[in-house]
Write a protein that binds this ligand. Structure first.
Ligand code: B12
Ligand code: SF4
Length: 611
């Protein structure tokens, strides 16, 4: 048995100005590990909310430094791995003896981006529970444990090899039944009923970790559902990769439809439309399923072969309509950037789904070339180029360039008549009075009305949320020599901030320039998504409000094409996003714009009524 350790486990959220995804940052992986570590008598905690899911980099760091753990474990997904590495570095600076262990899908020996980093001590590759148990038992003698990335004296990472045996899922304690997840649950529970997938899609990472499909004991699943109901939760999201291919599907559905006959709980899952028969659809409806997400990805035969996916148009349409008939909405996913597809192929897939009305929600996603997937291994053969850093977006294939991939998203938007990447209004500026009680004592807004208030940001820097709004008066705006170093210092310490600044509505572009200069220095992973349909510069936004309107000013960089890491350039029209509760905009607004721009930027109105 290794020594007793004080452990903190962390799973950082997907970030957004409205904190939407933070509410769904359910630390299931940390909770499994928590259950195991506490069985060993270790002093272990999951970083509590609101700090974990809403806190700024410094707020998180401060919490950790106050606890002084011996070991910090972090769950790394493509949306949080860079931030996790940043934190790892900061922790090491202040607590050099603290051991940093990373796990999750980003941690694998084929991820070159990761292997170039040395901020962490140990990587856990693949399924975590068994390796974590062995690690805690043997710490610090780890050489004989499989499933680890260990840093050698020459600074290189060495992988100790995959574990020869698979865990029996019945032996993994349920974190939900044990109560380890409670403080991080709001209305939604995430659950696995199986691990592993029947399919082997070439772009997907999930199945790489699990050779077959293993099921959790059904009785345990039912106890979890019972508990979710008794706690008054509203939704259960099954994380199973292909829900309707569960080996125990019939028994599962029978029982769920009995247990949840009042449909108090709403179920969401991913599955295959082709496999849906009338019995299944009826039972799913009766059990309380409200949505099934189906990955169609493309309708082109050659593409699907390359993806290792099957598609039978008639059975697909039949499956979708059966689900709809029984009240289960269908979300269909397509991918832009698959090898062998040009722009017209992507549009054909989109149009096919639309023409057949085979969806309730239709989504187009960019392809991420995930390390360790078949496409990643065969990238050269397929002529695939991607960003070298998360989210590893495809930028070029033999048949598509970045502008065409971007174009696919514009076409999607036209067809769906909706904004694919709507701009989130930070709660501090939202006229709809958002409830922000989830932030508890974290600051999400700061006012700089008077010059004396500027330093306030520094004094609360370790108690801020990652999304923060600064409201600046004209007097302060004009004192850039005072606020620039303060804001720059804040962003340096909190590089994963999403910053919004509210400026007086009649500010001139000249007055805004020092803010834009700072914006150019701030780079955040959200700024890398070139597939958005307007403004890829999202981590630093300038807003104004006047007479019932709220708008985001176009970033001066939008007037120039965006440069991608591979040298390609993508053009965006500069855009002013206006939130309004009216359909048309008043004349004074255009006059304000005409004063500043020789050609008025594109104006997109997004309605405050629909929400
Ligand atoms: C829920 C989920 C989401 C949610 C995110 C929820 C959130 N946190 O806010 C939503 C739906 C928003 C989402 C979106 C996306 N997702 Co997703 N998602 C998942 C899903 C279904 C569940 C993750 C999970 O919690 N699993 C349960 C836990 C227990 O399993 P686990 O994470 O693998 O953890 C185990 C081990 O990894 C390890 N482990 C994990 N952490 C740690 C830490 C330590 C210290 C140790 C020792 C071990 C360890 O032990 C755990 C137990 O065995 C997975 C697929 C899956 N079923 O796992 C995909 C998955 C994580 N998503 C994936 C992808 C690609 C995406 C998208 C890019 C898809 C797209 N094209 O848009 C987007 C990205 C969104 C964005 N804005 O960046 C990939 C991730 C690849 C990667 N390298 O990170 C996965 C693996 C699916 C796949 N097909 O490959 N996703
Ligand atoms: S994309 Fe879905 S169906 Fe395909 S292998 Fe991955 S998890 Fe399985």
């Amino acid at each position: 048995m290794g020594k007793n350790l004080k452990i903190i486990l962390i799973q950082l959220p997907i970030q957004g100005y409205d904190f939407f995804f933070s509410h769904e940052n359910i630390p299931l992986a940390p909770a499994y590990l928590h259950a195991i570590a506490s069985e060993f008598g270790m002093e272990v905690e999951i970083l509590p909310d609101p700090v974990m899911s809403y806190g700024s980099d410094q707020a998180i760091l401060q919490y950790i430094l106050d606890v002084r753990p011996d070991l910090v474990g972090m769950s790394c997904y493509l949306w949080n791995v860079e931030r996790s590495l940043f934190l790892a570095k900061e922790i090491k600076k202040h607590l050099p003896s603290c051991v940093i262990v990373l796990g999750g899908p980003e941690i694998n020996p084929e991820n070159h981006f990761l292997l170039n980093h040395s901020e962490f001590d140990i990587g856990v590759v693949g399924e975590g529970e068994g390796t974590w148990k062995a690690l805690l038992q043997s710490f610090p003698d780890l050489d004989r444990i499989s499933g680890l990335l260990l840093r050698r004296e020459n600074g290189r990472w060495e992988f100790t090899g995959y574990s020869p045996s698979l865990l029996n899922l019945a032996q993994i304690p349920s974190p939900f039944l044990k109560g380890n997840l409670h403080s991080h649950l709001k209305k939604i529970l995430w659950m696995e009923t199986v691990r592993g997938c029947v399919n082997r899609c070439a772009y997907c990472f999930y199945h790489k970790r699990y050779p077959g499909v293993r099921a959790f004991p059904l009785e345990r699943v039912f106890r979890e559902i019972e508990k979710a109901r008794s706690l008054g939760l509203k939704e259960v999201v099954f994380l199973d990769p292909c829900w309707n291919r569960n080996p125990e599907l019939r028994g599962l559905l029978e029982r769920l439809s009995e247990m949840n006959s009042d449909r108090e709980l709403e179920f969401h899952a991913e599955g295959e439309a082709e496999g849906i028969d009338p019995w299944m659809a009826e039972r799913m409806g009766r059990a309380g399923f409200v949505e099934l997400e189906v990955g169609l990805q493309s309708i082109k035969k050659e593409t699907l072969q390359r993806l290792r996916r099957r598609f039978d148009p008639d059975r697909f349409l039949k499956g979708v309509s059966l689900l709809q008939e029984f009240g289960v909405e269908v979300m269909v996913d397509l991918i832009a950037g698959l090898p062998g597809e040009d722009l017209s192929d992507i549009l054909k897939s989109l149009d096919w789904v639309i023409e057949h009305g085979a969806y309730d929600f239709l989504m187009l996603y960019p392809l991420s070339l995930l390390p360790s997937t078949e496409f990643h291994e065969r990238a050269q053969e397929f002529g695939l180029m991607a960003m070298p850093r998360p989210p590893y977006l495809i930028t070029k294939t033999l048949h598509l360039n970045a502008s065409e991939i971007h174009q696919a998203f514009l076409e999607y938007e036209k067809r769906m008549e909706e904004d694919i990447s709507p701009l989130e209004i930070p709660p501090a500026l939202d006229p709809r009075d958002r409830d922000v009680s989830f932030l508890q004592d974290l600051y999400h807004q700061i006012s700089w009305n008077q010059p004396e208030e500027i330093d306030h940001l520094t004094s609360v820097a370790d108690r801020t949320a990652y999304g923060i709004t600064i409201k600046v008066s004209r007097e302060v705006l004009r004192m850039s020599e005072r606020w620039s170093p303060i804001l720059r210092g804040y962003l340096k310490k909190n590089p994963f901030s999403l910053l919004s600044v509210e400026v007086p509505f009649d500010s001139s572009l000249e007055e805004l320039r020092p803010l834009w200069d700072l914006a150019r220095e701030h780079s955040h992973p959200v700024d890398r998504d070139y597939t958005v349909t307007h403004s890829p510069y999202r981590s630093f936004l300038l807003f104004s409000r006047a007479k019932g309107l709220i708008w985001k000013w176009p970033d001066p960089r939008e007037f120039q094409p965006l440069s991608l890491p591979d040298g390609q350039r993508v053009s965006y029209p500069p855009v002013c996003l206006v939130a309004s509760s009216q359909k048309s905009l008043p004349g004074w607004f255009f006059e304000e714009m005409e004063k500043r721009y020789s050609k008025i930027p594109e104006i997109r109105i997004w309605s405050l009524l629909e929400d």
